[in-house]
Design a binder for this molecule. Structure first.
Ligand code: AMP
Length: 400
């Protein structure tokens, strides 16, 4: 069955058409600048060069319709008609407490997703627009919602509550939710498979280190803690996000710099992280790595602070699970940056963990980087959220 996987942002739409039998990607692409001047579709059929078409996309419906046209195009299409799309799987960012698993979309689901809009005001409305566009253009084709938050719904209360008046939780849903759940779930399962371990007896810490970054503690197949919170701002230092900080800093900086609350939040989301620590050099770890290699203070400062924070979370999650069998690195930085992996693992000798630097030099592939005598296994596992969404969609459509 062909599954169309869709990830809608406020002005973008990423897609992949995946053959669920072979798990091969038949085509993939991206619509950029939806609703803005200069919109374009980047379409890559498997085995061919990417095709860039600049064309107006006033809304997501137009974007979805252009994607469907590209997929069925007589020259560069990969299917002969829309009837060859068996189902559509949507990435939905926030499922609140309502969704602890993926679901087939119906009117009730749409209403519940809408009720989570206030928790993810930039993302959930865009996801809903994408679903609506597909419903109009492919009536009758089953659609699923796969939530970024769902995998973390197994966290116990002691892990998800903040030390705030309890009624903020009951009245306003203020709690930790966690994100990147599809990736944490996919990678933790894959790690168990690689190590030939049963998920039911396995303690793993997943470090999803991309532009956004989060760590999760997964015990016996269930998430017991994760570093992102009510929003993706909490936890690790990221590309441009600050991660954890003393909340009093917000008022203090607002006063010092004469900024509004909104301005300070923008700084914490867009101008902090390694971008901020490197004095504005870059949010891209390749640039920071280069500065580090050249002995520049900006690079050293950003990488030292970044890796120390990840190592502290690993220590905390080892305590939360009373031990750890494996640590897994994934996402853009986790899969590709041997220096960051080495710096993080350098803090973990007390666990009896050691890495093989020859193996650690490998990039972007599944590899065990711990040395043979390491008590804790360390793996690199490339994440594949689109494939995970396609698998979930097939499971649900088949009544699973
Ligand atoms: P993601 O959000 O998972 O797509 O990760 C994107 C981030 O991965 C980029 O911002 C880069 O900083 C980082 N990245 C990608 N390739 C490399 C690489 N070869 N070395 C270090 N970092 C990389």
């Amino acid at each position: 069955m062909n599954i169309l996987v869709i990830n809608c942002g406020s002005s973008s739409l990423k897609f992949q058409l995946i053959d669920s039998d072979t798990e091969q990607v038949k085509a993939k692409g991206l619509c950029e600048r939806i609703g803005i001047d200069g919109s374009r579709l980047v379409y890559t059929p498997a085995g061919k060069d990417k095709i860039v078409t600049e064309t107006p996309m006033p809304d997501h419906s137009k974007a979805v319709s252009l994607v469907l046209d590209a997929l069925t195009d007589s020259e560069n299409g990969v299917i002969s008609g829309l009837s060859e799309i068996g189902a559509v799987g949507h990435r939905v960012v926030h499922g609140g407490e309502k969704f602890s698993t993926s679901v087939i979309i119906d009117d009730e689901v749409l209403k519940a997703v809408e009720e989570c809009n206030d928790l993810a005001p930039l993302h959930n409305p865009a996801n809903l627009i994408g679903i609506d566009a597909c419903t109009k253009l492919m009536p009758g084709v089953p659609q699923t919602a796969v939530f970024d938050t769902a995998f973390h719904q197994t966290m116990p209360e002691k892990a998800f509550l903040y030390g705030l008046p309890y009624r903020y939780y009951t009245d306003h849903k203020v709690r930790r939710y966690g994100f990147h759940g599809t990736s944490h779930s996919f990678v933790s399962r894959r790690a168990a498979e690689i190590l030939n371990r049963s998920c039911d007896d396995f303690k793993v810490i997943v470090c999803h280190l991309g532009n956004g970054a989060s760590v999760s503690a997964v015990m016996n197949g269930k998430c017991v803690d994760t570093s992102m919170g009510l929003t993706p701002l909490e936890g690790l230092i990221m590309g441009t996000r600050s991660g954890d900080l003393d909340p009093a800093i917000i008022e203090y900086i607002a006063n010092c710099e004469k900024l509004s609350l909104g301005d300070v939040m923008k700084v914490l989301n867009k101008e902090s992280g390694v971008l901020g620590l490197s004095g504005g050099l870059s949010s891209d770890f390749r640039d920071i790595g280069k500065a580090y290699d050249e002995g520049k203070a900006e690079g050293r400062r950003a990488f030292d602070t970044y890796s120390y924070r990840v190592a502290k979370y690993i220590g905390a999650y080892t305590a939360a699970m009373n031990g750890v069998d494996a640590i897994v690195f994934t996402a853009g930085v986790g899969e590709n940056d041997p220096l960051i992996r080495s710096m993080i693992c350098g803090y973990l000798g007390y666990l009896g963990l050691s890495i093989d630097e020859n193996e650690n030099r490998k990039r972007g592939e599944e590899v065990q980087i711990s040395s043979p005598d390491s008590k804790v296994k360390v793996l690199v596992v490339p994440t594949n959220e689109e494939l995970a969404i396609a698998r979930e969609t097939v499971r649900l459509v088949n009544g699973g």
